[in-house]
Design a protein around this ligand. Structure first.
Ligand code: SF4
Ligand code: SF4
Ligand code: SF4
Ligand code: SF4
Length: 185
């Protein structure tokens, strides 16, 4: 795998002093509690990739596409590590190498989709477009920042967010119901 975009961070990732201040602000880490889901853990894995200590894999690619690009980690980082910039470069390299992973990016249920393109219009990141030839919505997973706007705007319920991160409409509804029932974690 070529690391054409990531390699510009080769001599910069040591700026991360591994303090972990970014942990408490990351939604994904809060869910799993795994170091490999934290901003710090992901930066360490990318450092290992750049050094040749670990090999590219679906697992590592998936981790890079699991991020809401909220930048809360960056806001809390005293070392000013450009975490999301690093992840974006990693995404491009993994995508160019042919890794086709999902992460937190949105999807489209083609059976429900009426091709109205509302999701295309609301996506500020230009991640959605209509493939006119194949008559379907395509999603650029590198560009998708998992904001959920397409899911909220889709009139057919065809656009969806990945389950498992407690942010889909069903997952949010369940949390509200639990909260109102007094069973909040
Ligand atoms: S990214 Fe920043 S906050 Fe997170 S471990 Fe590295 S230096 Fe600390
Ligand atoms: S930008 Fe990504 S890694 Fe950073 S806090 Fe948000 S979800 Fe976590
Ligand atoms: S808004 Fe929904 S129904 Fe319309 S094109 Fe997008 S996914 Fe399909
Ligand atoms: S989740 Fe957000 S960034 Fe991703 S395709 Fe939908 S609107 Fe665009």
């Amino acid at each position: 795998m070529e690391l054409n975009n990531l390699k510009k961070w080769q001599d910069k990732l040591h700026v991360c002093i591994r303090c972990g201040y970014c942990f408490e602000h990351c939604h994904i880490f809060k869910i799993t509690g795994w170091e490999s889901d934290s901003p710090r853990g992901k930066l360490i894995m990318l450092h290992g990739l750049l050094q040749g200590d670990i090999k590219p894999s679906d697992y590592l690619a998936e981790k890079m596409f699991e991020c809401y690009m909220c930048k809360r980690c960056e806001a809390s980082c005293s070392a000013k590590v450009e975490v999301t910039e690093v992840f974006m470069d990693a995404r491009v390299d993994f995508a160019e190498a042919g890794y086709d992973v999902v992460g937190t990016t949105s999807g489209t249920n083609e059976d429900l989709c009426c091709r109205c393109q509302v999701c295309v219009a609301v996506c500020k990141h230009e991640a959605r477009s209509l493939d006119k030839e194949n008559k379907k919505i395509v999603i650029d997973k590198v560009k998708c920042q998992s904001c959920g706007c397409c899911v909220a705007a889709c009139p057919s319920g065809a656009a969806y967010s990945q389950e498992g991160f407690r942010l889909t409409p069903n997952e949010l509804r369940e949390q509200v119901v639990n909260y109102l029932a007094g069973g909040v974690e």
